[in-house]
Design a protein around this ligand. Structure first.
Ligand code: ADP
Length: 470
């Protein structure tokens, strides 16, 4: 995978970030809104209850002032009956805390006496408080009033119904919170997905271009002005890059072509001079060297032109059914002598036929370059292994050696044209072998990779993807 794609994967995706952000904002709004509403409803409810209690108190105080003892007793009993003894209570006490009149107090234990609540307060003072009644798991609202110098009145109202209502409110609030968080996440994710479709298209195209597919363009349109402008700018840039590259290659090819004829002539002249006997001694030696150098240069030029041809893509390939296992056997046979001379153990390993549709001659050259390198750069006593296999539907050729390996700094550059590592300069070569192998792999829709071999040395892998193989 190219570094562009790796960069794309690191960090959190924008869709995820936006989803989390929206969830947070929606959640916060839901929490604040629910809390505000809850407080409003709660204070309004308590106010209503307090108003009811005050009305009740006014009525009772009036009876206490105007009515006789019997009327007061009857009124107390009637009130208690009407509301049920757990919902409501009234209590009239004297200055010493003795109960003068009270409704049924069984469900109201430990209610503080008005005298305690209103200690030292003047006649007419009234005070509200909220009681926790833990034994009954409920709250109550209590009003204590100093009716006159001798008497204190208390009215208590259970908040059970209100507490149940608040509880329900809390549950509904939590449900709304969950819905808002989910909705926020979905909204953020959907928005980011929509906005990012174009950007992902650009990333995918840039990755493919980085892998050498310079004709790649982004096909996304109608994703909003900003994205459309980005796509248009990207496509223009990709077009420019392709034009410049094509022109550069054209110039390279022209130079290579133009060099061929003079080189052939120089070679011919030098060869004729030696064969014809017009130069002898040192002159003949020089003429011989000229022939050799011309051959070397010619090989470089031919390889460069071969790479260009392979890079032109499938059009230049002569595709036919062939078996990679058979190819491995042929290459091993071809290099057996060279390997033996060098003291390198060369072996082919195949488990069975690996059919592909490919250009035999080009594949042979690519594989030969890899095997040639493996033998060339490995010292005597090393082992070189060539394999052909199938992996996840792809056909795979691999060449591994137990040689010196490739320096990590060199690894990204070894497929560049004319690249030779400093430590390989004493070996014959022109730095084009791996470029050609890569061009052949790409032409077949495949890829080539170099990696350090597990026990030292290097391993080169040529992969022909599923669908492209026979
Ligand atoms: P050349 O072999 O002509 O130098 P290549 O393109 O085939 O050119 O290889 C480029 C460079 O990659 C080599 O110069 C060498 O440094 C390195 N290389 C290739 N194959 C191997 C290998 N099997 N072991 C170590 N280094 C290698």
């Amino acid at each position: 995978m190219s570094s562009a794609a790796e960069g794309h994967r690191s960090g959190h995706s924008l869709a995820l970030q936006l989803a989390v952000y929206f969830s947070g904002v929606f959640g916060l709004i839901a929490i604040l809104g629910s809390l505000l509403l809850f407080q409003l409803v709660r204070s309004h409810t308590l106010e209503e209850i307090d108003d009811d209690i005050l009305r009740q108190k006014s009525e009772l105080v009036r009876i206490l002032h105007d009515g006789d003892a019997e009327t007061v007793r009857e009124e107390f009993a009637a009130i208690a009956m009407a509301s049920g003894t757990t919902d409501y209570f009234v209590r009239l006490t004297d200055a010493d805390g003795r109960v003068i009149q009270a409704s049924d107090l069984k469900a109201w234990p430990d209610v503080p006496f008005a005298r305690q609540v209103l200690a030292g307060e003047v006649v007419g003072t009234e005070r509200f408080q909220t009681l926790e009644l833990p034994d009954l798991r409920r709250q109550a609202r209590l009003l204590s009033v100093r009716v006159d110098a001798e008497r204190y009145l208390q009215i208590g109202v259970s908040l059970e119904d209100s507490v149940l209502f608040f509880d329900l409110f809390r549950r509904v609030g939590l449900l709304i919170l969950a819905i808002m968080v989910g909705l926020g996440g979905l909204t953020g994710w959907a928005l980011a997905r929509k906005a990012m479709t174009g950007v992902e298209g650009v990333t995918a195209a840039a990755t493919r271009i980085a892998d050498g597919h310079f004709d790649e363009r982004v096909q996304v349109a109608g994703q909003g002005r900003e994205i459309d402008s980005l796509v248009a700018a990207f496509n223009t840039m990709a077009g420019r890059v392709q034009t410049v590259l094509t022109e550069m290659r054209q110039v390279n090819d022209n130079i290579a072509h133009d060099l061929r004829s003079p080189l052939t002539r120089i070679r011919g002249l030098a060869e004729n001079a030696v064969v014809g006997g017009s130069v002898v001694g040192e002159g003949a030696e020089i003429a011989g060297s000229i022939v050799e150098e011309c051959d070397r240069l010619m090989q470089v030029i031919n390889t460069m032109l071969d790479i260009t041809e392979a890079e032109a893509g499938l059009g230049g390939l002569k595709l036919a059914e062939l078996d990679l296992a058979e190819l491995v056997g042929q290459v091993v046979e071809l290099f057996a002598g060279v390997a033996e001379d060098k003291g390198v153990a060369l072996a082919g390993e195949v488990a069975g036929p690996v059919p592909v549709r490919a250009d035999r001659r080009k594949l042979q050259r690519a594989l030969a370059n890899l095997v040639d390198n493996a033998i060339k750069y490995s010292p005597a006593g090393s082992r070189v292994r060539v394999t052909a296999s199938r992996r996840d539907g792809s056909a795979v050729l691999s060449v591994s050696d137990t040689g010196p390996g490739i320096a990590p700094d060199d690894l990204p550059r070894i497929f560049d044209r004319f690249f030779r590592s400093d430590r390989s300069r004493h070996q014959p070569g022109n730095g084009l072998g791996l470029s050609l192998a890569q061009a052949v792999a790409h032409a077949h829709g495949g890829a080539i990779e170099a990696a350090p071999a597990p026990g030292g040395g290097s391993v080169f892998t040529l992969v022909f993807p599923a669908g492209k193989v026979g």
